[in-house]
Design a binder for this molecule. Structure first.
Ligand SMILES: C[S@@+](CC[C@H](N)C(=O)[O-])C[C@H]1O[C@@H](n2cnc3c(N)ncnc32)[C@H](O)[C@@H]1O
Length: 259
């Protein structure tokens, strides 16, 4: 049983579900958080593919495609990929829903959207997960790959996902999170916060690659528990809410349905 971390509560009447507390090493005020991470993502966008492959030891695209396939993606579906980055999940989805279906990639980072365009994504939209510029009930699937830790509020985000999904539609959230065992946790921290960021900086010659990977680890380490994510999905209206774990809990895929 997990107790509620202090930063989840604004006051007894009004609860907020931030994915993690403020990280003062990267921004001094909460109001600077989104602009700081947008800037970081803009700067690493051309090197993000390499970083993402390194983070997942080369298995990233395989896991993304496999998970989409298992969660019932099929031809003709309309998909919204939130936090699309350079289109990593969106391109896997596009292959499964074409030719009649379509995928919209949505992301706040201009640099990432430019990369997504180069990577063949035709429908793109700039903005945050918390405020989706789409009509109600138009998508069969909403996906989000490795970005839930970057939103300002889980409840706002999930309420928006619920709103834009058609009845029967499903949300799929892929995440990296703290492994369950202490040994695996220490190993993951050593590789993901110390070794891989330095290799990434050397390979990409991009100083921001080091910063963003350290930031990734800090958001993983301080992220709310999976139980809070599942509870917040239910509170936002979703049913059939569950999580599948891989690699000792390092990778978690959250599934939920709008009935
Ligand atoms: C680690 S990348 C993930 C890219 C891709 N989905 C993948 O599977 O590799 C995180 C993305 O989240 C985006 N992002 C950051 N804050 C966001 C927010 N509040 N709403 C939506 N996307 C956000 C970033 O611009 C970045 O492109």
């Amino acid at each position: 049983m997990h107790s509620t971390p202090h930063f989840l509560i604004k006051n007894p009447e009004q609860s907020t579900t931030k994915p993690h507390p403020m990280l003062n090493d990267y921004y001094a005020l909460d109001s600077q958080r989104q602009s700081t991470i947008n800037q970081l993502f803009d700067q690493v966008a051309p090197d993000y593919h390499w970083i993402s492959q390194a983070l997942s030891f080369g298995s990233g695209n395989w896991h993304r495609t496999n998970t989409l396939r298992q969660s019932g993606f099929s031809q003709g579906m309309n998909v919204l990929d939130v936090a699309c980055g350079p289109g990593t999940v969106a391109r896997c989805a596009q292959d499964l829903v074409k030719p009649e279906g379509y995928v919209v990639g949505h992301d706040p980072s201009r640099g990432m959207l430019q990369e997504a365009k180069k990577n063949g994504l035709r429908r793109l939209s700039q903005g945050l997960a918390e405020h989706l510029p789409f009509q109600d009930s138009i998508f069969d699937r909403v996906t989000m790959g490795y970005a839930l830790r970057h939103v300002s509020d889980l409840q706002h985000t999930f309420t928006e996902y619920f709103r834009v999904l058609k009845p029967g539609g499903r949300v799929l959230i892929l995440e990296i999170s703290r492994p369950r065992s202490l040994v695996q946790m220490r190993l993951a921290k050593f590789f993901l916060k110390t070794i891989i960021p330095r290799i990434a900086r050397y390979k990409t010659r991009n100083q921001e690659a080091l910063t963003i990977m350290e930031y990734f680890w800090d958001t993983i380490e301080h992220c709310v528990s999976p139980e809070i994510i599942l509870t917040t999905l239910k509170r936002s209206g979703f049913s059939q809410v569950n999580v599948a774990e891989f690699c000792g809990g390092l990778i978690k895929d959250y599934h939920a349905t709008k009935l």
